[in-house]
Design a protein around this ligand. Structure first.
Ligand code: PLP
Length: 474
């Protein structure tokens, strides 16, 4: 009975850490995208669970035999698709210890370490990003969930008693509206589905030729809704949009929000850590005027998935929207203690701040700035190669560490088809991973630089691969 004996735990623990160290050392030998066909892993696994316990050595051997071929290696330095994100070694230690403590941070009493470390670590991050002191943070799993809570708080502040009376079956409640640019992340649409506001409440505001929201169009849309008796509740500018990392003009948008008294939620899920880099701080001008901001250390701060932070100007609004304490969770703790469960839909919460604390302490502000600065240099270097070549063109500016570009070979008839085929061939090769978007109707390749392991030679490799593949395609 009981758990694995301590000696076995030590032995297997060392084996697992060795395995991870070897994995990082040989990661470049592995194909970036799993080469497995759909269903491949399922077909190799037994249909039913074992009746008796198995030797853990056999289980670990199956990680090599079965699991590894089915892994797409997000930590590979040539993973350039979507946003390139990766874990650090200390981030892994944070996950290990959090799993060992296995606390469910709902009440301060059940998890003082998690509750207080979260406050301190998020305040360190706030200071590094140059946000004013009144911003207080709370950790959720993903930006999708952080943003959903921000919109729920904005809805609460609109004073239509949604918490008590809900939205369905009401004839007194006009349509509530949320505003974001055409380039907003789909998580906002999903938040509106989840919150019962509906997709019809989302106003997608036009962007300029740099893919930035046009504030005049925003003001017009709000005025139109107000005239029609609708209720604007939230505006969501993005600093670092998903397709191109464009930066909405947050100051001008904040002026509009202040004029009409609307909650401003800034989506800096990807870019937020870049605010730690002094030369990049001006791209964040105006975000200090927000009511809430989302930043994802699991994207570009070497923290293993998942860890998203929602900063609020006044966290009490979130509490007002979500706090609900049943008898069995009442405590005699002083009323000033913070109980994480009061700030969202989750009761138990993981001890996520530990890994971020490790990351910040291990790398320090300087180490973080050095790494992010290098990623941005590499993305600009890649862009300079594209600009200097007659076979390629850039399709968007590079404010952070993402290049949007495409091939423009001379005699090609259908550039979209050529670029899609090029991307598919590179991805199938296992050498690198690129993803795409559509900009002004054009199929656009996206190359993101963000891995903690990335070096200039990896950019040279993908540039050569792109050119060789294009040449092979004729
Ligand atoms: N916001 C932006 C700008 C993003 O780029 C993304 C994901 O790439 C998200 C939100 C959603 O992030 P998450 O996966 O943490 O929900």
């Amino acid at each position: 009975m009981g758990d694995m004996p301590a000696d076995d735990f030590r032995r297997f623990g060392r084996e697992v850490v060795d395995w991870i160290a070897d994995y990082f050392e040989r990661i470049e030998e592995l194909p970036v995208l799993s080469q497995m066909e759909p269903g491949g892993l399922k077909n190799d696994l037994p249909d039913s669970p074992p009746e008796t316990g198995e030797d853990f050595s056999d289980v670990l051997a199956d990680v090599d035999r079965l699991i590894l071929p089915a892994v797409t290696h997000w930590n590979h330095p040539n993973f350039h698709g979507l946003f390139s994100t990766s874990t650090s070694a200390v981030g892994i230690f944070g996950e290990m210890l959090a799993a060992a403590f296995d606390m469910k941070a709902m009440l301060w009493r059940t998890s003082p370490a998690s509750t207080e470390l979260e406050d301190v670590t998020l305040d360190w991050l706030r200071q590094m990003m140059g946000l004013p002191k009144h911003f207080e943070g709370i950790i959720y799993d993903t930006a999708s969930v952080s943003t959903m809570h921000a919109i729920a708080a904005a809805r609460e502040l609109a004073h239509w008693s949604i918490r008590d009376d809900g939205m369905s079956g009401r004839t007194d409640l006009p349509l509530m509206c949320v505003y974001a640019s055409e380039h907003v992340h789909s998580s906002i649409d999903k938040s509106l589905i989840t919150l019962g506001l509906g997709l019809g409440s989302l106003r997608k505001i036009n962007v300029n030729e740099q893919f930035e929201m046009i504030p005049e169009r925003l003001a017009e849309a709000i005025e139109e809704d107000l005239e029609a008796g609708r209720i604007p509740i939230c505006v969501i500018p993005t600093i670092g949009t998903t397709s191109t990392t464009s930066v909405d003009p947050v100051n001008a948008i904040a002026d509009v929000c202040e004029k009409f008294g609307i909650w401003m939620h800034v989506d800096a899920a990807y870019s937020g850590p870049a605010a730690i880099v002094p030369e990049k701080r001006e791209l964040f001008n105006g975000w200090e005027r927000a009511d809430s901001i989302v930043v994802n250390p699991h994207k570009w701060l070497f923290t293993p998935f998942d860890l998203s932070v929602l900063y609020c100007r006044d966290l009490k609004v979130l509490k007002q929207a979500f706090s609900l304490v049943p008898e069995y969770l009442k405590t005699s703790d002083v009323s000033t203690v913070k109980n994480g469960m009061d700030y969202g839909i989750q009761l138990g919460r993981r001890f996520r701040s530990l890994k971020l604390w490790f990351v910040i302490r291990y790398f320090g502000r300087d180490g973080i700035v050095a790494r992010l600065t290098e990623h941005m240099r590499l993305a600009r270097l890649f862009a300079s190669w594209v600009e200097a070549s007659e076979n390629w063109e850039m399709l968007a500016p590079v404010p952070f560490a993402l290049a949007c570009f495409r091939a423009i070979p001379k005699h090609a008839r259908d550039l979209d088809e050529v670029n899609e085929r090029l991307m598919d061939r590179i991805n199938a090769s296992g050498e690198a991973y690129l993803s795409h978007t559509k900009l002004d109707g054009k199929f656009t390749l996206r190359l993101s630089v963000g891995s903690i392991r990335v070096e200039e030679r990896h950019l040279v490799k993908i540039w050569e691969l792109l050119n060789e593949t294009l040449a092979e395609m004729g």
